[in-house]
Design a protein around this ligand. Structure first.
Ligand code: ATP
Ligand code: MG
Length: 376
């Protein structure tokens, strides 16, 4: 049985979130603004989300007793990361509303299942093949351009668990280095740029799409987001339509992020995230509703808000590397008058760890880019 969603939750209700990282923290901040209490389920004692939330259940994501407690305490539950066991979401769904749907989370957990879903719904995706043993590699690469990317099917993030290869031998070596776990081999896409679309879909089927974001990566990690993306009107419209089609096909409720490659005027799908996304952080200051506001609204059974972007924006990720570098000084950032600094409250800065982000707002993208270049 699936619990009834149809009555919007009034202020005072408690919302649960599986995962206690920065996405959970920003969800919690948005929820508290709207009068909801938040209960975080996360095994870590020093969770960024728990620090700003009313309640914290310190337990693993498959701890049955903890899940039962969460279902008792909360009126609805969401997740801030895709690797929570789908069965835990199913268990919660027996007694309270859960969004996004466990099936959507399950699709996003495995790159092969995700790509099969895209193909099944005739959504554009570049040549790719599942690799479960060495013998799968040579036939898979034959139909590709010669350059390919091997990725572990599960648990990859920030470019971890993937490698660009130029020969069968290189793919084989990478596959073995990954422990011969299930992988996907993707043709290397010579894209002009990468974009993402974050959208929110509510229980009534309304879809509200945020503006298209142009994403730039450094060392495999998202570095900079430019919004609006510097692409044609056609690419903007197509990207938003593609993301909406995907959300509808998944019968999605909540915030969904869709990453895409742009080649000329064509789009192809890279991957999805069944949650708010790093590339949607600009919405916190540049839009009337943030992606976290929408996550709260969808979870609480409210219609998603109509989105307007007030100003062009650039989002810059601040990794541990920057904070640890000699001469780093918070006050330099804090005193920039068009910069909104969001700090995640993580106890320790480490190389490659996302510690904070800055949203720069202005009237024109080129001057914002020039300003952003002085930050690194
Ligand atoms: N097939 C491909 N062709 C060209 N570049 C690729 C391909 N796949 C991935 N990349 C590059 O590597 C980046 C990370 O890949 P992907 O999004 O699949 O992995 P991830 O580890 O889930 O990353 P993230 O957590 O940043 O979303 C992409 O944004 C893109 O820049
Ligand atoms: Mg990605």
């Amino acid at each position: 049985m699936v619990a009834d969603y149809r009555k919007p939750l009034a202020p005072g209700a408690t919302l649960g979130v599986l995962g206690g990282g920065q996405l959970g923290r920003m969800f919690s901040q948005a929820a508290s603004k709207m009068g909801y209490k938040v209960c975080v389920l996360d095994p870590a004692a020093d969770s960024p989300a728990a620090e700003v939330s009313a309640l914290h259940i310190k337990a693993d994501f498959n701890d049955q007793a903890a899940l039962t407690e969460l279902a008792t305490v909360c009126d609805a539950v969401t997740t801030e990361f895709e690797n929570v066991p789908a069965n835990s979401l199913r268990l919660l769904q027996k007694s309270i509303p859960v969004s996004p749907p466990p099936e959507a989370v399950e699709i996003a957990q495995n790159r092969n299942i995700e790509k099969a879903f895209f193909k099944q719904h005739q959504l554009p995706v570049n040549a790719c093949a599942a690799i479960t043993e060495v013998a799968d590699i040579a036939p898979a690469i034959t139909g590709m351009s010669g350059k390919a990317v091997i990725k572990t099917a599960r648990f990859g993030y920030d470019g971890k668990g993937q490698q660009v290869c130029n020969s069968v031998a290189e793919v084989e070596a990478a596959f073995k280095e990954f422990g011969a776990v299930e992988c996907v081999l993707e043709d290397f896409v010579p894209f002009d740029c990468e974009v993402s679309v974050v959208l929110a879909r509510d229980i009534y089927g309304n879809i509200e799409t945020f503006p298209v974001v142009e994403n730039q990566h450094k060392y495999g990690i998202l570095d900079l987001c430019i919004v609006p993306a510097r692409v044609s009107e056609k690419v903007i419209t197509d990207a938003q339509a593609l993301a909406a089609k995907l959300a509808t096909a998944m019968n999605y409720v909540g915030v969904l992020a869709v990453e895409m490659f742009v080649c000329g005027e064509s789009l192809s799908l890279n991957e999805i995230a069944p949650r708010p996304h790093n590339s949607g952080h600009y919405t916190m200051d540049a839009c009337n509703y943030s992606q976290f506001d929408q996550q709260v609204r969808a979870l609480a059974g409210l219609p998603v808000g109509e989105v307007v972007q007030h100003q062009p924006a650039i989002m810059i990720n601040l990794l541990g590397d920057v904070l640890l570098a000699e001469g780093f000084d918070w006050s330099k950032l804090q005193s920039v008058r068009n910069a909104h600094v969001h700090v995640y409250g993580k106890s320790e800065a480490r190389a490659g760890r996302k510690m904070a982000h800055v949203n720069l707002l202005g009237s024109d993208t080129e001057s914002l880019l020039a300003q952003a270049s002085t930050f690194s």
